[in-house]
Structure formats: structure tokens, C-alpha cells
Design a protein around this ligand. Structure first.
Ligand SMILES: [Zn+2]
Length: 330
């Protein structure tokens, strides 16, 4: 099936650090002379992707072992530009993704402040522009990410950069990263409200692992447009009702949830996802990073159908939800 007969698709939740083809990452690493732990390409591919047999128990493990390398390799303007261009172009060629939101943390790509943040962000925008020139059918936008492990002052800088470039293709703001003791979502309420007031879309990684307290807080105090993952609310009827009431869309990423170990089995995933759907929570299906999880958007949708999690009609509805919930003006 070529892209002319394939339905048009939307990916709203895709991390740059997990989305670039390993062969391209390998070339970028060599172009920049980065010292890699593996001299053999196939070992490198194993290093930055997750196989079925890998047994990760949490996002923190994935962050430490895989994102460490991908973010290091992407830490220059040229690397970011090539990476962004390849992901948006590849998404169109492989899966007919015509609405594509790609997210990254620019401060995890500037070698601890050695490289200029504006150069990194502009390089990402350049990569996006080049992809759109090659594939004018695609509408794309970038989401800048804050991190739970960063001090507030650094996250605030990223937020200001997102606002600075909002008319150039930065469409949203997100926060991710493992739960750390000193992080308090409460402190970020004002920051997210300001970003939204100034026109950015807000999506927040929460309700993926750990307890539900933070997700309840996010829904109550921030009311983001979307939540990254958020499936843990399936245990809480009131929270699911609040999501519906405030029209908050969940960005589900099926293979990622299983491979990161945040959902332990296919049966558990089926039960969780179906419960969310039965409670009328607005759902979208995304990759979280196709290359790292060895998937793509087409495979994610097929996976849900062949495992009797959702029907074709459900999937069509989720694609429609994604189109409506996108931060990209269409
Ligand atoms: Zn994510």
C-alpha cells in the first residue's frame, strides 16, 4: 500500500530521542566523532532500541540506558536538524503521517550549556522546514519539553524559548522525566497557565507510572489540553469523569508501555485501554518514538486490532480525536 491509498495518520506523541533511524544515528555519531561503546553497527542498534526480550522495569531505566546515548548523539545543531528532518520525512513515507508533532528537550542537547540553545532550537525548526519542503502534504510542529529533574529556573528558560519561537513552529510545551523527590508539580501551575495564555498547547507526561496523586493534581490545577500516557486513571472513575468534563485527551503509546515495563502484560493493557474507552475518555494512539520501540504508527494500530483491544471503528475515532487535539493549525 503506498501513501496515496493509505489513510492519513496523526502522531501527537513522538520523542526525537527515540524516533531517529539507528542507521542515521550511527552516521551522525561518526560525522561528529562521538566515542561510542560499540564499534559494530549491530551492537549500536541494540544499544539504542528495545527488543522484546529486554526486560525494562521503569522509564528511569530506559532514560539512563538508551536516551543517554541518543541525546548525546543529537547534541549539536547539525545533528538536531538532520534528526528532525529524517523523522518527519520518514513518518510520511512509512506511515502517511500528515499531522506530526515531535517533542524534545533542547537543554538535553546542548552539552550542559556548551552549545547555544537558540542554535539548537532553530536547527530543529530548520530540519522541520526542510522536511515540509520535501513533503508538502505534511503539517508538523515541535513541542519543547521541560524535565522533572531540572531546577525550576532551567525549565523556565525552556518555557521562554518555546514562547519566543511559537510563531516559527513550536506549538506546545510538555514536562517529562522520572519522579524525583524535590519535584513539585504545584510549582509549575503558573508557568503552564502563562504558556497556554500566550498560545502554546499544553501536554504533560503523567499517570504513566508511580501513583495517581500527581495526575489528579495536574487535572485539577493545570487542566492541560492533553496528557502523555495518563492511563493510570483507569483505576479512578472520578478522575476519568474529570478528563471527560475538561475535554483532556490522552496520548496512549501501546508498545512503549509494554516495553518500558509500565504495563506488565498484553492482557493488562487490554483491560486498561478498554476501561478508559468505556468511560468515554478521549484517546489517541501514538508511537512515543518508533525506532527505539521498534515499531511505527501503522504497526501500533494493527497491534490494537489483532489483539482485540480496539476495532477499526474505534481506531478511526481515535485518529479523528488526534486531529482535533493537535496543536498544529490545520
Ligand atoms: Zn513520552
Amino acid at each position: 500500500m503506498n501513501s496515496q491509498t493509505m489513510p492519513q495518520r496523526v502522531d501527537l506523541h513522538n520523542h526525537l530521542g527515540a524516533a531517529v533511524d539507528p542507521a542515521i544515528m550511527w552516521s551522525i555519531a561518526h560525522t561528529q566523532g562521538i566515542k561510542l561503546p560499540s564499534k559494530n553497527y549491530w551492537d549500536f542498534e541494540k544499544l539504542i532500541t528495545i527488543a522484546q526480550s529486554d526486560d525494562f522495569q521503569s522509564m528511569a531505566e530506559v532514560d539512563k540506558q538508551l536516551f543517554y546515548w541518543t541525546e548525546l548523539i543529537q547534541s549539536s545543531p547539525v545533528a538536531v536538524e538532520t534528526s528532525v528532518q529524517s523523522v518527519i520525512g520518514g513518518g510520511y513515507r512509512k506511515c502517511n503521517i500528515t499531522v506530526h508533532e515531535l517533542r524534545f528537550n533542547p537543554m538535553k542537547r546542548n552539552r550542559g550549556g556548551e552549545q547555544d540553545l537558540d542554535h539548537i532550537i532553530m536547527a530543529a525548526l530548520r530540519g522541520m522546514d526542510r522536511a515540509i519542503l520535501e513533503y508538502p502534504q505534511v503539517k508538523a510542529g515541535l513541542i519543547l519539553m521541560l524535565d522533572r529533574t531540572f531546577p525550576y529556573a532551567l525549565n523556565e528558560i525552556i518555557m521562554h524559548k518555546a514562547l519566543k519561537y511559537k510563531n516559527r513552529g513550536i506549538v506546545g510545551l510538555d514536562i517529562a522525566g522520572p519522579q524525583v523527590k524535590k519535584f513539585q508539580m504545584k510549582k509549575y501551575v503558573g508557568l503552564f497557565k502563562e504558556a497556554r495564555k500566550q498560545g502554546l498547547g499544553i501536554t504533560i507526561h503523567t499517570g504513566e507510572e508511580g501513583n495517581l496523586a500527581e495526575m489528579r493534581q495536574v487535572v485539577k490545577l493545570i487542566k492541560p489540553d492533553r496528557i502523555g500516557h495518563g492511563f493510570l486513571c483507569w483505576q479512578d472513575k472520578k478522575l476519568m469523569k474529570d478528563l471527560v468534563k475538561h475535554n483532556i485527551t490522552l496520548e496512549l503509546c501501546p508498545t512503549s508501555n509494554l516495553k518500558c515495563g509500565v504495563i506488565k502484560s498484553l492482557n493488562e493493557e487490554r483491560k486498561i485501554y478498554q476501561t478508559l474507552h468505556q468511560n468515554k475518555v478521549k484517546l489517541t494512539i501514538n508511537t512515543d518514538g518508533p525506532e527505539m520501540y521498534r515499531t511505527n504508527l501503522f504497526k501500533e494500530l494493527e497491534f490494537l486490532q489483532t489483539n482485540n483491544i480496539f476495532s477499526q471503528a474505534d481506531i478511526d475515532r481515535f485518529m479523528n480525536n488526534a486531529r482535533k487535539a493537535s496543536f498544529i493549525k490545520q
